[in-house]
Design a protein around this ligand. Structure first.
Ligand SMILES: *Cc1c(COP(=O)(O)O)cnc(C)c1O
Length: 417
């Protein structure tokens, strides 16, 4: 057992659904991101089913993994989208996603992005400051439109996650404080080109407890009650994303427990519920396949130098995040403690520390739980072309992103005379 559904050992060889990773490495090369369509679909259905009769919209957070094949599969399942840039909006449209099911978050949306989203007629702008609201009001006026808006409220709750991905504390740059939100809704007549349709919050990512979600929901419900008692009509309540996944020994609530808890907590209001899950949808539906280039033994440590690096999967370097690393071919030979590192010229370039592995040169490894914030955070540091991505569907493998070439990578650069 690998511990990951859809990723299992068969005759000691790690498979994704019915396909051996060994075959994927031979056909598509390494490093390579490998996703399971069945795992992605199961995740979506678990969200969808848990809402039962409640009116709702799942807005997949595109930044977790923005490959258009993945967006397309989700769009076909009926998903909406949460975007944070004009580029992501273009991806959603290219993938056949519905702008009417798309919400736009982010603290720094520029005028071009706001205009593009107004023209696309998106479902809602999750506005994060008074200054943004003024700009959106002006642009909507110029375009003769009414912009649908949720204010993103900063509920000031501790998400108990890594500080870099905690977003709902009052010292964070996100959203507006509850009291200011109330004032802005009251001053709605100063914004003739805005229609306030919702309320929004998002308190952080990789949350492993329900309690912070409940605290945030309570604060949102209080604000909603206040606004309604003063005659504001709010159509939807957007509770953001942030549900964590198991990377090592975390025990986050299941998708269905999480959704059921949100539904129960908001049972007294009739508003449509929106959520913006990213990681919980795709994180454990993907892995990074990499090959061991060199084994290097020093008096202090054993290094496995692999062909994937921090530019391909940044989470270990950025957050000191843990990803399980599994051998693609199991054997019973003696194990050593390995530092699994990439070829990049930084000591911070590692995928895992102190992993018990039995390795020979050329062996393949699977870096697990890499479906979210893996490829989407990758870079070309050290002039490394971005890796290929493939989607397994039963016994079929589809290339969903070609490995980048050096030519593509430098195409936009030019010499000065
Ligand atoms: C990143 C983000 C999400 C998704 O977070 P996950 O932890 O991946 O579920 C949702 N909403 C907003 C506003 C975000 O910035």
């Amino acid at each position: 057992m690998s511990g990951f559904p859809e990723f299992n050992y068969l005759n000691q060889a790690l498979h994704v659904e019915s396909v051996a990773l060994q075959h994927i490495a031979e056909e598509f090369g390494t490093p390579c991101y490998v996703y399971s369509r069945a795992a992605l679909t199961a995740g979506y259905h678990e969200f969808e089913n848990a809402f039962a009769q409640r009116e709702h919209l799942i807005c997949y957070a595109v930044k977790a993994n923005s490959n258009i094949a993945i967006l397309n599969l989700l769009a076909r399942l009926g998903s909406g989208f949460d975007i944070v840039s004009g580029g992501e909006l273009q991806r959603v449209i290219r993938a056949g996603g519905d702008p009417r099911k798309t919400v736009f978050s982010g603290v720094g949306k520029n005028s071009d992005e706001l205009r593009m989203a107004l023209a696309a007629n998106i479902l809602c702008f999750n506005v994060e400051s008074l200054a943004e609201l003024h700009l959106l009001n002006q642009l909507a006026g110029e375009m003769n439109r009414k912009a649908p808006v949720s204010l993103r409220v900063n509920p000031d709750v501790d998400a108990k996650t890594h500080p870099y991905i905690s977003t709902g504390l009052k010292e964070n740059k996100f959203g507006v404080p509850v009291a200011e939100a109330e004032k802005i809704y009251h001053a709605r007549h100063q914004f003739p080109h805005i229609q306030f349709t919702g309320l929004d919050c998002h308190i952080g990512s990789q949350l492993t407890e329900l309690n912070p979600f409940m605290q945030a929901s309570e604060k949102m419900l209080n604000l909603l009650g206040q606004l309604q008692s003063q005659g504001h009509e709010i159509e939807h309540l957007d509770l953001g994303g942030g549900l964590g996944i198991r990377y090592a020994d975390e025990t986050p609530p299941s998708i269905s427990d999480y959704v059921s808890a949100l539904c129960a907590c908001t049972a007294q209001v009739k508003q449509r519920l929106l959520i913006e899950p990213g990681r919980a949808m795709i994180g454990n539906a993907g892995l990074l396949l990499t090959r061991t280039e060199y084994l290097k033994h020093t008096p202090d440590r054993n290094f496995a130098v692999v062909d994937a690096a921090m530019n391909d999967l940044m989470r270990p370097s950025l957050y000191d995040a843990y990803h399980a690393i599994l051998p693609v071919k199991q054997n019973n030979a003696e194990t050593h403690d390995y530092q699994v590192v990439g070829p990049i010229c930084e000591t911070g370039d590692f995928l895992g520390h102190d992993r018990k592995l039995s390795l020979a040169n050329g062996d393949l490894l699977a870096v697990m739980s890499a479906g979210a914030y893996g490829m989407s955070m990758s870079s070309n540091y050290n002039t490394r072309p971005r890796v290929a991505e493939v989607m397994v569907d039963g016994d079929a493998v589809h290339l969903i992103r070609q490995r980048e070439t050096i030519e593509q990578l430098i195409a936009g650069e030019q010499l000065i005379p």
